[in-house]
Design a protein around this ligand. Structure first.
Ligand SMILES: N[C@@H](CCC(=O)N[C@@H](CS)C(=O)NCC(=O)O)C(=O)O
Length: 178
């Protein structure tokens, strides 16, 4: 049973969806970033980057305990462990990896900055808002075009993602938060 140190944020939900989709059993250990749980010295032993999320698999490679942080690495680990969502054919495997890299290197950090400057920055900085808004619009454009080429609409994808988001994670995190 994988221990998942997480919180219901977009980065967390990527892994929650993967665990649900692959049918991997897991236990949620809430890392409440509103209460600075991410700075707990015990948590830093598994994620030295002071951020959720992280996992410990007691039944890792070779039957040994294995611990991992960074959501993209956890997605790849789960894909390999379960033999799902990572094609063995080289071209299609790299098709998958390129979108994972696009998400980790572009969508995640750029959308995160846009969100920060729109909602949390102590002062309004038009330059920062405009700069990251352009990345957000561009990012959605890239995804929309790629999905359109595959015959999938953004609305369909959003509906599917919302349905798969782990209800257990949300329930536990809410209980911790309240
Ligand atoms: N690249 C990391 C990003 C993790 C990350 O940014 N976590 C955020 C929440 S989504 C966090 O813990 N923020 C609290 C903080 O920065 O103090 C991953 O994908 O796992």
């Amino acid at each position: 049973m994988i221990d998942l140190y997480t919180w219901p944020t977009p980065d967390g939900h990527k892994v929650h969806i993967m665990l649900e989709e692959t049918g991997t059993p897991y236990t949620v250990i809430p890392i409440n970033i509103c209460k600075d749980d991410q700075f707990d010295p015990e948590f830093l032993k598994i994620n030295p980057n002071n951020k959720m999320l992280a996992m410990i698999d007691p039944d890792g490679p070779g039957g040994e305990l294995y611990s991992l942080f960074e959501s993209g690495a956890i997605l790849m680990y789960l894909a390999e462990k379960t033999g799902q969502f990572m094609p063995t054919d080289m071209c299609t495997r790299y098709d998958v990896i390129q979108w994972l890299m696009f998400q980790m290197g572009g969508v995640g950090p750029m959308f995160g900055q846009a969100h920060h400057f729109l909602h949390y920055a102590p002062e309004d900085i038009d330059y920062a808002v405009d700069r990251f808004a352009v990345f957000v619009l561009g990012g959605f454009g890239v995804v929309a075009i790629a999905l359109w080429a595959e015959g999938i609409s953004l609305a369909e994808l959003r509906e599917r993602g919302a349905a798969l988001t782990s209800r257990e994670v949300t329930r536990q995190a809410n209980a911790e938060h309240n």
